[in-house]
Design a protein around this ligand. Sequence first.
Ligand SMILES: Cc1ncc(COP(=O)(O)O)c(C=O)c1O
Length: 409
Amino acid sequence: MGAREKMRPLFRTLDGGLFSQKAGKADVGDAAVKMMAEGGIMMCWADPFYPDRVIPQKVLERSVEVIQQGAACHYTAPIGNAELKEAIAKKILRDNHIQVDPQRNIIINPGSDVGLYFAMTPFIEPGDEILVHDPSYPSNFLDPQLLNGVVVKVPTYEEDNYRLRVEEYEKRLTSKTKMVLLSSPSNPNGRVFTREELEALAEFIVRNDLICVCDQAFEDTVFPEHEMVSIASLPGMWERTVTVCSCSKGMALSGYRVGYLFADDVIMDVLYATAVNVQGAANTMVQMAVIPAYEDSSFIQEYVAEQNVRRHYAYEKFNAVPGVSMPLMESGFYGWVNVSRLGDSSEITSYLAQEAKVLVNDGKFYGNQGDGHLRIIYGVFEDRQKSLEGIDRICAALAKRAAALGITE
Ligand SMILES: Cc1ncc(COP(=O)(O)O)c(C=O)c1O
C-alpha cells in the first residue's frame, strides 16, 4: 500500500504545488512557472506590484537593522512580538473600532492563510457544517474539509452585485451548522459588504449561536467611497468571532509573511495553548521590520490611489469589449470579469495564455458562482503602463474571440 492510500480520504484526492499539473489553487502550478520563463505576464497572483521592489523605506531600513543587530537569528514568542502587537492593537481600534488587549487578544501568524486555518481548528468537529458564501476565497472551501467539516456553499448572485442574502443562509441552516466563514472584503469579486448586510448576517449568526471566522486580508484595500465594517464589531459578535488579517495585500508586503488574528480571551487562550506546537513563531526579522509600517500606515493611501486609477481603466476597457462585463471594483487590485458569453471560463483562461500571453485566474476556482468569470490582477507591476498593457492585451484577445463568435455588443 502506497503512502497515498494510507491517507485520510480527502487528502488522497488532493494535488497541488509547483510540480503538479492540476494544482487546485489557481495561482500556483507548473503553468505559471513555464509562462514566466517564456516572458509572459502573470496577472493571476494577488500580490500588489509583483514582481517589483515596492517597500516603504522605513521597513527596508528596519529589516537591515534587525539583521545587523542580531535579533533576527533568535525566536520571538510564538504568540508574536509584543511591540508589534501594541501597534496592531492601535490599528484594530482605529480601523475596526474594537478595543483589544494587545498581549491578550492578538496572535501573530506567518501569513493569514495559516491564521485562517488556525482560527477554525478549535471549532470544527467531524460532520460540522460550515456556511461559505459563493464565490469565495478557495481556502474557505478546502480548509474546513481538511478538518473533517462539511462545506455548505451559500450562493451570492451577480444580479445584485453578490449581496449577502440572509434567506440563502437560513435555507441551509441545520442542527449541524457550526460556523459562518466570511471573506470580507470578498475575494474574488471585491465586494465590500455594507453595514446593513453584515448586521443582518450577524443577527443570523447570533440568533443561531454560530461561530464566525472572518478573513479581512483585503481590509486596507477598500476604495474611499465604501465603508469597511468588521463583523466582530457588531452587537453580540465579539465573543464568537475570530478575525484574520495580513500585511500582504494592503501593505504589499506579501513576502514578509506577517498576518495576525484577533479574538476574545476565551478563544485566544485556546489558540495560545496550541500556537507553540502548531505554528511555532513567525519570523523574528519580519515581525520587527513591519512595526513602523503599522505605526504609520499612511503609505497605504498612495497604493489605493494607484489601484484606483487602474480599476477605472480596467472598468472602461473590459466593458467596451463585446460580450464582456465587469463591475467597478469596490476593493482590491483585480477585476472580476464576466466572460460567459464568450465560452467556458477554463477555456478562455487557456486561450488568454496562448493568444495574449497573460495568465489570469479561472473563476471556477472560487466556487460555483465563479463559473464564466475571470479574476484579473491589474495591481501587478510598479509601472502602471506595464499593467495597463496587460489589460490591453487581454481585451484585444477577448475582442478577437467575440468577433469570431459574431458577438458585437
Ligand atoms: C482572501 C485572502 N485571504 C488570505 C490570503 C492569504 O494571504 P497571506 O497568507 O499572504 O496573508 C489571501 C491571499 O491571496 C487572500 O486572497
